[in-house]
Write a protein that binds this ligand. Structure first.
Ligand code: SAM
Length: 232
């Protein structure tokens, strides 16, 4: 369970909203039962349920089970999709170790926003499910050019269909180096966007095979390929 409070031996911590219902009603756990708590700063800790009511639960923290994790930076920048595929992408990107998910608005984006609060909740649930100690930040959607203008210099692997680009496995990326994947909208990038991308020094085009993948499939395939490169 993700708990955004300091975890240390002997600490008593409150469950986040919604967790008490999940633990008590869905998982049918009660006082004295074991749980695992985690957050980015403190890693994973064993705890027991100290008290539980319908909408509140308190845990007594005992011992650390995993130290805080150092993860290679692997961002996903993706054109904002409709609600259902966007939710799916955030869940899968969390499972695949994305450290930040940045929705972007492109000329052919079908969505003009992404609900960062809802998507953060999905990322948190996915992190819990896959026993990941960190929860990726889901940033507010921004125009693509603004994200590119403020880019931190890490290699940005741009998934380009119908291109002669190399597959990600052929990219010159040393294991552990910061990296990001950019996936376009269902309608693809426009010619002007592709020109702009190709002029940026940090952009590396990559092909994900000869078939045209849905944007959400491209995100998952690309992240899996990058994680293989990063050795994570
Ligand atoms: N409408 C475009 C077309 O017909 O050419 C297809 C866009 S595709 C559905 C959505 C996004 O997924 C693309 O912008 C690209 O980033 C990524 N993508 C899909 N298939 C890909 C492939 N085979 N290689 C690399 N990227 C791909």
């Amino acid at each position: 369970l993700f708990v955004d409070q300091p975890l240390a031996e002997g600490a008593l911590v409150e469950a986040a909203p919604g967790q008490a219902h999940h633990i008590g009603t869905v998982l049918r756990r009660g006082p004295g039962d074991p749980v695992r708590l985690f957050n980015v700063r403190d890693g994973e800790w064993a705890a027991t349920i100290d008290s539980i009511r319908k909408d509140r639960a308190r845990f007594a923290v005992t011992t650390q089970t995993r130290p805080p994790a150092a993860e290679p930076e692997c961002r996903l920048v993706i054109a904002a999709l409709k609600r259902e595929p966007m939710d799916w992408v955030v869940e899968k990107a969390t499972e695949l170790g994305a450290t930040l998910i940045q929705p972007v608005l492109t000329q052919r984006s079908v969505a003009d926003r992404a609900n960062a609060t809802r998507l953060t909740g999905i990322a948190r649930a996915a992190a819990e499910q896959c026993e990941r100690l960190t929860v990726p930040e889901v940033a507010e959607a921004q125009p693509l050019h603004r994200v590119l203008d403020g880019w931190n210099g890490a290699k940005l692997v741009v998934a380009m269909e119908r291109s002669r680009a190399e597959p990600p496995r052929a990219l010159p990326v040393p294991p552990g180096s910061p990296i990001a994947l950019l996936v376009g909208p269902e309608g693809g990038f426009t010619a002007a966007e592709l020109d702009d991308l190709r002029r940026r020094p940090f952009v590396v085009p990559a092909a994900l095979g000869p078939r045209i993948l849905r944007a959400e499939t491209a995100a998952v395939a690309g992240l899996a390929a990058l994680q293989a490169l990063l050795g994570d």
